[in-house]
Design a protein around this ligand. Sequence first.
Ligand SMILES: [Mn+2]
Length: 333
Amino acid sequence: MVVTPELVERFRSAKRVLFATHERPDGDALGSTFGMRACLRAAGKDAEVLIPGELPHRYRRLCREVRREMNAAKLDGFDLIASFDCANVARLSLPADITIEMLRQRNFVNLDHHAGNNIEAGVNCVVPTASSTSFLASHLAEESGFTPTAEAATLFLAGMMTDTGCFRFSNTDPAALRRAAELLEAGANLETIANEVFFSKPRNYAAFEADLMANYLKFGCGGRLAYANITPELLAAHNFDLREDEGVIDLLRELDGVVVAMLVHRNSAGAYKVSLRSKERRFPVGPLARSHGGGGHDLAAGLTLHLADFAEVDALMEREIAELLDNSGPAAQ
Ligand SMILES: [Mn+2]
C-alpha cells in the first residue's frame, strides 16, 4: 500500500467529506483535493473543497464549484475533514470562523508529502518520498476502492505534473512516471492539462517576463548565479500578480551555465522574500534558506530577510551563494 490503512478506512466509511489545503494553492493542492472530490462524488458521496481565496487563473476551468465559506455549525454537516498537501498549520487556508482546533476535535485526516508536516490530525499519512500529494491521493482513491473518473485522473495528473515541473525536478521517480501512465490509461486528458495549465499564459504575463529578462536580469558568481529584483514598479507596469505564477524563477533556472537562480521581491509588510532554486544536488539551497529561518527542499527553498533595500539583500545573498558554490563537493561525474 502507498497510503496507510487507517486513512483508507476513514475514506471508505465517510459519507460527507470536506477538503482543505494550503494558502496560495498550487497545482498539487488543487489536483489532489479536486481529484479526490471527483472520485468521492462518482461513488455517490458528498464532497466539497474549501478554498476561501481566489484560485490561480490557470486552474479556474479545471477546478469548478469551490466552497468559499464555512462556519462551525456547517462543519458538523461533514463526517470527515481532510487536509491535503499542507505541511504547516500556519499555511492551512481556512475562513476566519474556523480554527485548526475545531478540525482536530472532529474526524480529521492529513495527507501530505512534505517532511516536517505539523498538521497533527487524527490520522496522519505523510510520505516525504512521494513526488506529490496528487500521486498519494490517486493511490488513496484506488486503495479505498473508488474508480478514478476521467476528470479525477486529469486532476491527479495535473497535480503530479505541476509538482514535478513536468517530470523535470529531482522528485521525479519511476513510481511517478508509472502512475502518470496509469492515469492516462484511466482517461486523463493530457491536452486539457497542457492547454489549461501550461499553454495559457495571459499576454500581460508574457510582457512582464520579457521586461524582467531584458531589463532586470543580473548575474553573479561568475555567471553561475542568475537573479532579479521584482520591484513594485515592474509588477505595476504589467499589472502582474506574483502570486499567480510560481514559474517565473524557472526563466532564470533554465539558462545555460546557471546553477542557482534567485528572485527577490518585497512583500506588503516591507520584508524581502527570497526564492532560491538550485540545479545540482551538490549545491543545496535548502540549508542556506534554513540558516535564515526559511525552509523548503534541498533544491527549492525560500527565506525572508528584513534589510534596508534590494541592494543589501543582493549583496548578502550573493556572498552566501558564492560560498556555497565554492565550498561544496567535487564536480559530479
Ligand atoms: Mn505538493
